[in-house]
Write a protein that binds this ligand. Sequence first.
Ligand SMILES: Cc1cc2nc3c(=O)[nH]c(=O)nc-3n(C[C@H](O)[C@H](O)[C@H](O)COP(=O)(O)OP(=O)(O)OC[C@H]3O[C@@H](n4cnc5c(N)ncnc54)[C@H](O)[C@@H]3O)c2cc1C
Length: 331
Amino acid sequence: MITSQGFGKICEFSDLTPQLQIKNDVDNQLIYLPGTNCPLKTHISLSAFTSYRVGGEADYYVSPQNLGALQASIEYAKENDLAITILGAGSNLLVSDRGIRGLVIATRHLRYKHFEPATGQLTVSAGEAIPTLAWDAAALGWEGLEWAVGIPGTVGGAVVMNAGAHNSCIADMLVRAQVLSPDGTLTTLTPEELGYTYRSSLLQGGKRIVTQATFQLQPGADPMQVIDRTKEHKKHRLSTQPYSYPSCGSVFRNPQPYTAGWLIEQTGLKGYQLGGAQVAQLHANFIVNRGGAKASDIFSLIRHIQNEVQEHWSIWLEPEVKMLGEFPVFC
Ligand SMILES: Cc1cc2nc3c(=O)[nH]c(=O)nc-3n(C[C@H](O)[C@H](O)[C@H](O)COP(=O)(O)OP(=O)(O)OC[C@H]3O[C@@H](n4cnc5c(N)ncnc54)[C@H](O)[C@@H]3O)c2cc1C
């Protein structure tokens, strides 16, 4: 049995504040919620928390380290009439330059992982990083996560997005997901209840927060072989996708029977640049931040690609990237 830090084990009791405490700075406040040592902060720039490295400020930001702090954060939002936005690793997000109103809850510090050899199941908290899990599983000789090594998201984001690569996806291996509803209740859902389709689930656009997931893997293989396959997947991605510049991975869904990348390339847009945002030379379905891009540059480039592909192919590309905050009306 292999287990790492669990929910509720990080905040020591002596650190906990018995009641709401507020510390004022000139521009920023630290708000300690009752019964937690996890502060809410005001006016936090989100650019450091997205893989595009763009985005304005969150009015309020919190990164709870356990379920109690997560629940207290939701309660605070309710009492203060703040909209809640959930942030995983921010690797599939375009956050507006104007930022996000209300409370942004980042899940990255919700950490726990447990490999159960008797069942071959891996139970993990929402904030665990997918690539790390892929390497951990490989080192143990557990098969099933090799395909996910190049997906730079969290467990929560992967469950919500039905992340996938190399003909595998989360829906194939998810046993159950634990979700927290706005009323504070925890529910366990099966993949069928999550309504999985290509890069989509019923959790998208909803108010439920994934707190934990259990995946079915296959233990008992030679670790060296699983590590080699994982390395191969990583190598393939590094040679076919532009990992050296900030991006969100694939920007558009593939409109069957075409791939979005092929359509964009055939439209002559590879290398096309607006401000600091560029259609990647290596993979035309990636928009990369070449340095100093604004969210508005990326947004305008998305629009430009949509219009050009529509004109040439009569196909309207649907974004896979999630837009957060205020943008011009987006089709
Ligand atoms: C270089 C690169 C390569 C990529 N390659 C792939 C790929 O091969 N396949 C693929 O599928 N994706 C890929 N992606 C996209 C991205 O990594 C995945 O979509 C990933 O699953 C997003 O996880 P995240 O934690 O970053 O979620 P975020 O981007 O933070 O959030 C995505 C959405 O999920 C919601 N969300 C996040 N966590 C939770 C939670 N705990 N509860 C409820 N809602 C939540 C957010 O509100 C948002 O709507 C790539 C991205 C990059 C930058």
